[in-house]
Design a protein around this ligand. Structure first.
Ligand code: TLP
Length: 348
């Protein structure tokens, strides 16, 4: 059978042989009792990686964001987010349902909002208003096309947050992509946030799992909410072993995914009917638009699929391709060839 090249997301990676071996051999215990040595090791590793007092292993990035939000806010608080952020768009309304908070979305530029925009969104202290409690940023920014948040802007937002008594949370599902591409270590990004999540099951290649990191008391609270949300687990060391393996073996290689994404972007930009600025591609996400006068992104998805290439449409007329460790440079060249053929037959 023809090989399927799956660019729908970096979540689709499958554990490698080495990772599976580490999982099979993992020492485990009951993590609800705090007795899983592999989970404990992963949590220490990630706290150290992010320069925080503690970290906790969760089932998903969504659970990581939502437990952190719950621990940082009280029902009725307002939380500033960016309009296209994951927390606002793709967590099933979790912030409202699980934390009882009101999200205040601000329109960003490829996912980036600045200190002035945040300042004007902070509510005055008056009992008419929901108290603004928290600012959430996303780095890299998924719908921003894998954009790396400018560090200088984060510094300015932190200064504002300190002045106005706000907390800061980082959805760093792909923070290690940002760290590798920018050569700014993860902890240097993380230092500006009270709470940081990273995902192990995206470009790092683990099958399951994310981490929340922060101060000891905060992680204690997250621990409680993880249990409340049904995320207390038992011999999770099998999964933590995959995370440890991923952190040891799959971080530096993210640079290959970034190079492949650039290659893909440059090739796609040359194809008639595709709109894309390749210089905007900084990490492993390539977002491009289909010109009017061509088949719709959904129809193009079907034609690509018939040729063994999976790429998802996002908001029309855009599509998103994500590189990861199961996609080689050669695969990207194949994708370009298939895309050329498909687009040549897609003009209306
Ligand atoms: N993103 C997924 C989809 O949900 C869109 C993807 O394919 O990119 N934060 C960010 C920035 C994310 O991109 C994602 C997943 C999450 C959080 C949630 O992670 P999971 O899927 O583990 O709950």
């Amino acid at each position: 059978m023809e090989k399927i090249i799956d660019l729908r997301s970096d979540t689709v990676t499958r554990p490698s042989h080495g990772m599976r071996k580490a999982m099979a051999e993992a020492e485990v215990g009951d993590d609800v009792y705090g007795e899983d040595p592999t989970v404990n090791r992963l949590q220490e590793m990630v706290a150290d990686l992010l320069g925080k007092e503690a970290s906790i292993f969760t089932a998903s990035g969504t659970m990581a964001n939502e437990t952190a939000l719950r621990a940082l806010t009280r029902p009725g608080d307002e939380v500033i987010v960016e309009l296209t952020s994951h927390i606002y768009n793709y967590e099933s309304g979790g912030a409202a349902a699980l934390s009882g908070v009101q999200l205040a979305p601000i329109q960003g530029e490829r996912g980036v909002i600045n200190a002035e925009q945040i300042e004007s969104a902070i509510r005055p202290s008056d009992h008419h208003y929901a108290p603004t409690r928290l600012v959430c940023l996303e780095n890299t920014h998924n719908r921003g096309g894998g954009k790396i948040y400018p560090l200088g802007e984060i510094v300015r937002i932190r200064e504002l947050a300190d002045e106005r008594g706000l907390m800061m949370h980082l959805d760093g599902a792909r923070l290690l992509n940002a760290a590798v591409a920018s050569e700014i270590p993860a902890r240097d990004w993380a230092q500006f946030f009270d709470s940081v999540i990273i995902c192990l099951s995206k470009g790092l290649g683990a099958p399951v799992g994310s981490m929340v990191a922060g101060g000891m008391d905060f992680i204690e609270e997250v621990h409680r909410y993880r249990k409340m949300f049904g995320g207390g687990w038992r011999q999770a060391g099998i999964l933590a072993a995959a995370g440890i393996y991923a952190l040891k073996n799959n971080v530096e290689r993210l640079a290959e995914d970034h190079a492949n994404a650039k290659l893909l972007a440059q090739g796609l930009a040359e194809i008639a009917g595709i709109i894309l600025s390749p210089q905007e591609v900084e990490t492993n996400i390539v977002i491009f638009a289909i010109e009017t006068g061509y088949l719709s992104p959904r129809q193009i998805r079907e034609r690509l699929k018939a040729r063994g290439v999976l790429i998802n449409p996002i908001e029309p007329p855009k599509m998103r391709a994500v590189t990861h460790l199961d996609v080689s440079q050669e695969d990207c060249l194949t994708v370009l060839k298939v895309m050329r053929d498909v687009m040549a037959g897609a003009k209306l």
